[in-house]
Write a new protein. Structure first.
Length: 232
């Protein structure tokens, strides 16, 4: 999980510090520092002069494998098992360590070779289990919702792993008709960002809105292969 969080921070453009890991796993600073020391001893990470955690040549493939399993598990839970959109991320956290390469390949075949998770994030390392390398082409005009600096209509392209971990956020977005590939309205009211979907609106602190990425071009957002959402 620590390795995956470092990779998450890289994706989000956030400095991968020990404090970020403590925030995301809900552990005390001493516990996290102990875990980081073990990763350094195993030569899976190094720490640079700015105290940022850096994946080593050995650690990066490990982080990529965990992230790949996590995102494939999210797709499998939603598409095949019908786990609600708002719960799949947390369930995938439990499954990501248990999936074997054989099961990963089976999920990849069953789902038709997806390149992105249900929340719009690229699935890394697919070529290692027989899939096509996922395109890392940035979606045109994509920016953090908090940094978009605009009001009006945009399209949701992805929800960061950090934002997915916010209790109830995914379920709240889904209930309002807001999910990856869909258009939504955005306006700012003080320190909040108000999102309007087809079924209602969601009010988010700007800090949380930073974890959602949008584009002004709906056709670009629809390039993300979307998973059909099934309710139990």
């Amino acid at each position: 999980m620590y390795l995956r969080i470092i990779l998450e921070c890289e994706e989000e453009g956030v400095p991968p510090l020990s404090a970020r890991i403590a925030e995301r796993v809900g552990r005390s600073a001493p516990t996290v520092h102990h875990g980081i020391d073990r990763l350094k001893q195993q030569r899976l990470i190094t720490v640079d002069e700015r105290r940022r955690l850096v994946l080593s040549r050995t650690g990066r493939p490990r982080a990529v494998a965990v992230m790949r399993r996590h995102r494939l598990a999210e797709l499998w839970l939603i598409r095949v098992l019908g786990v609600p959109y708002g719960q799949a991320h947390h369930e995938a956290d439990r499954l990501q360590q248990a999936l074997s390469d054989r099961v990963e390949r089976a999920i990849l075949r069953r789902l038709g070779g997806p390149a992105r998770s249900p929340y719009g994030n690229v699935i890394p390392g697919l070529q290692q289990i027989g899939g096509d390398p996922a395109s890392r082409r940035r979606i045109r005009g994509e920016t953090s919702l908090d940094g978009a600096g605009r009001a009006g209509v945009v399209a949701l392209t992805r929800v960061s792993e950090w934002a997915q971990g916010r209790t109830g956020l995914l379920a709240e977005l889904f209930a309002a008709g807001i999910r990856v590939g869909c258009g939504l309205t955005v306006c700012r009211k003080g320190d909040e960002v108000v999102l309007g979907g087809s079924e209602g609106e969601v009010r988010l602190p700007r800090l949380v809105a930073r974890g959602l990425f949008v584009t002004p071009r709906l056709d670009e957002a629809r390039e993300v292969p979307l998973a059909p959402v099934v309710s139990l």
